[in-house]
Design a protein around this ligand. Structure first.
Ligand SMILES: Cc1cc2nc3c(=O)[nH]c(=O)nc-3n(C[C@H](O)[C@H](O)[C@H](O)COP(=O)(O)OP(=O)(O)OC[C@H]3O[C@@H](n4cnc5c(N)ncnc54)[C@H](O)[C@@H]3O)c2cc1C
Length: 415
């Protein structure tokens, strides 16, 4: 019997002398097998498009999130979209005989994504894409084993991994003393240590809770004057039809904005300045309603920020803006990310230069197409064009439908 990994790999035929394999050319290559890549591939496949997907299924979620984490998004907003709406989180749990849990544990979500992949995209190719080049009428996609093939279109669904934000003040610290929340770490390895967690968003607050529960002495340092929590007005969600007018099922952002966020095609028509306002308001730093109880014994220093950080032998010395000094063994950064597609190692400058950008985000038209014909971006890089829905799993419904409709339209026109 083949191993599960071997079953996932497409057959690789020998490369020709020019490096191009004899693997048949694809219509669409999807880079990344997270929620966005898997969903896009499922929709394209159902529409009869010859699509190839690259990457390890749910790799970012499996390897870069702390074990024990719970999803911030509600269950209804944690479905990966498929064309028949049949491969939901509920369907996965029913198939596995699991009792539905809310909030959704990380391990459940990773397994759900991998189940989704096995059910709908049996021909996933786990190799990494090393580079993409333009060929004149499409793209050459080079894989990390040196094999390359031609594809008419490329869909970048590569997530936020390379976009970690590291504020200037921390950049001189040795890597052994600093970890970004999005690089995956084992909370248990910090038991008995003094750890400073920087930031006030979900990932910093949840990391602080997990570290505290694992036996670390945690100090949370946040710039905002007081920590904020999501869902502070639960009654607003219980007003029947009025609540439906205020909040969408995606549940991103406060009353009213939540509705607007759920209409990405409308969001795209607003001037960039306005779009940025909705976006930043909808995803401002805040923690889930189930976190305050877990953080009540954590020392939270709000309204403060690190002005200087210095490594001194085995410890890090943090000088805060109020003049106080904290000495810790390790710093965990929950300082978020900033999209900049030039940081995707597989996209050479020659391609990035042809993509119209606003501050690192590609400017996208309908069907998630960039200004370079045939190149599409889904997930977080699409959020500046279509709004904050695209930062979350729940945005897969809109993105995969719009992408598939755009690609199908051009196939018909091409014929
Ligand atoms: C701590 C944290 C908590 C979060 N919680 C939630 C939540 O509760 N709900 C929610 O909706 N969202 C949450 N998010 C946001 C979440 O990251 C996105 O919703 C989701 O991962 C977007 O899916 P994606 O497919 O765009 O990206 P990813 O899940 O990152 O998938 C992209 C994949 O592409 C792969 N890849 C990259 N480069 C290549 C390459 N060259 N070749 C092959 N593969 C490649 C990566 O390995 C990765 O697995 C959270 C994020 C973080 C960091």
């Amino acid at each position: 019997m083949m191993s599960s990994e071997a079953q996932l790999l497409s057959p690789v035929r020998p490369a020709k002398s020019d490096g191009t394999s004899r693997v048949p050319d694809a219509e669409v290559a999807v880079i990344g097998a997270g929620p966005y890549g898997l969903s896009a591939a499922a929709h394209l496949k159902a529409a009869g498009v010859d699509v190839r997907v690259f990457g390890r299924p749910m790799e970012f979620w499996a390897d870069k999130m702390p074990a024990g984490m719970l999803l911030r998004s509600p269950r209804v907003a944690s479905n990966i979209s498929d064309p028949s709406d049949s491969h939901t989180l509920d369907a996965y749990e029913a198939a596995k005989g699991l009792v539905p849990a809310a909030p959704v544990p990380l391990e459940t979500f990773v397994d759900y994504g991998q189940w989704f992949q096995k059910q709908l995209i049996s021909k996933l190719d786990q190799r990494e894409v090393a580079a993409v080049e333009t060929t004149g009428n499409g793209f050459r996609v080079l894989l990390n084993d040196g094999i390359s093939f031609l594809s008419k279109r490329v869909v970048v669904a590569a997530g936020i991994g390379p976009f970690q934000k590291v504020p200037e003040v921390f950049r001189s610290l040795p890597s052994a003393q600093i970890t970004h929340c999005y690089s995956g770490f084992d909370v248990k390895s910090f038991a008995g240590q003094k750890v400073a967690v920087i930031g006030a968003g979900q990932s910093s607050l949840e990391s602080a809770a997990l570290l505290h529960e694992a036996g670390a002495e945690v100090e949370l340092i946040a710039r905002i004057p007081a920590l904020r929590w999501i869902g502070q007005h639960p009654w607003l969600h219980n007003l029947g039809p009025i609540s439906s007018m205020l909040y969408s099922k995606h549940d991103i952002g406060p009353a009213g904005i939540s509705r607007l966020v759920a209409a990405p095609n409308l969001v795209r028509r607003f001037p960039l300045r306005w779009r940025d306002k909705f976006r930043t308001r909808a995803v401002r730093s805040a923690g889930s309603a189930w976190l305050p109880a877990r953080l009540k014994n954590v020392n939270a220093k709000t309204g403060r920020f690190v002005a200087e950080a210095r490594s001194s032998s085995s410890q890090v010395e943090l000088k805060l803006n109020d003049g106080s000094i904290s000495r810790v063994d390790h710093v965990i950064l929950g300082t978020g990310y900033s999209v900049d597609i030039s940081r995707y190692a597989f996209l050479p400058q020659a391609i990035v230069k042809q993509v119209k950008l606003f501050d690192g985000y590609p400017v996208l038209g309908s069907g998630f197409r960039s200004s370079l014909p045939g190149l599409h971006f889904v997930g977080a890089p699409a959020a500046r064009s279509f709004g904050p829905l695209l930062y979350f799993v729940t945005g897969t419904e809109f993105s995969s439908t719009a992408l598939t409709s755009e690609i199908s339209k051009h196939r018909v026109a091409g014929r």
